[in-house]
Design a protein around this ligand. Structure first.
Ligand code: UDP
Length: 239
């Protein structure tokens, strides 16, 4: 008999930066192909998989300020950027991985995506569909990290996976400081107090208050997602 996954329902937070792959901007088709197959391995292992996507590869609200766009408007532009990424991922998941996928948007745009309805999201997951949550929380002044934490709690996920380009949490940025030390496991409060930028504070606080563990892992290493849900020691755990 095949081993069963340790986590039954997970929420994967992918940054917009990851979508850009080796590019500075936009969507790298190689990343789409790669991540679709990684996600497929989760679905095939029987894990209900939901995804929250960032938009930083296209637009961040804060960038708008530099060109005279007020913060709230810029944030809406950023949320729309996440919808573009969501549609690209949906298309790749269905075409490359042959997995039925639904995009649920926090900002209504019925011609493009279903509106976010919590019960409907759970129903999709139960039917084995991958659910992509687009448009963040639907509110300016929040981040897609916070959207990830919020949606994970709403759908009763047992793990929030924060995908990064390094192996987990370090005492400093390991890409800049070779002396940065790896942290295998840490408590929410300690991570917050030490200013370890796992996710923003709003997201961290939500996870802490709702006892949702966060696993920070290197998304660039093939097989990491599957290893993590099967209970292997991958990345760093905040709990
Ligand atoms: N955003 C927002 N509310 C949300 C989620 C996102 O206003 O609930 C906006 C915000 O401007 C943010 C942009 O969308 O800069 C893109 O999201 P984020 O920066 O979190 O993406 P990532 O860094 O993961 O690529």
């Amino acid at each position: 008999m095949e081993e069963a996954p340790v986590y039954k329902r997970v929420l994967l937070k992918l940054s917009g930066e990851a979508f850009a792959g080796e590019q500075d901007f936009g969507i790298d088709p190689r990343f789409l192909e790669y991540i679709s197959l990684e996600i497929k391995s989760l679905v095939e292992a029987g894990v209900q998989t939901a995804i929250v996507i960032g938009g930083g590869n296209i637009f961040r609200g804060i960038e708008g300020l530099e060109i005279g766009i007020d913060r709230a408007t810029g944030d809406y532009m950023g949320m729309l950027a996440t919808v573009i990424n969501a549609l690209a991922l949906q298309s790749a998941l269905e075409r490359i991985a042959q997995i039925p996928t639904r995009v649920l948007s926090a900002i209504e745009m019925r011609q493009v995506a279903e509106p976010y309805i919590r019960r409907r999201a759970i129903r999709h997951l139960e039917k084995g569909r991958v659910v992509i949550f687009a448009a963040g929380t639907g509110n300016p002044f929040f981040s897609t990290d916070t959207a990830g934490a919020l949606r994970a709690i709403e759908i009763g996920a047992d793990l929030l996976i924060k995908a990064t380009k390094v192996d987990g949490i370090y005492t400093d940025d390991p890409l800049k400081n070779p002396k940065a030390e790896f942290i295998q496991e840490i408590a929410y409060l300690e991570a917050i107090n030490r200013g370890l930028r796992v996710m923003d504070y709003t997201a961290m606080t939500l996870c802490k208050e709702n006892r949702l563990p966060i696993l920070v892992l290197n998304i660039k290493k093939p097989g990491n997602l599957l290893r993590a849900v099967m209970g292997e020691r991958v990345g760093s755990l905040v709990r």
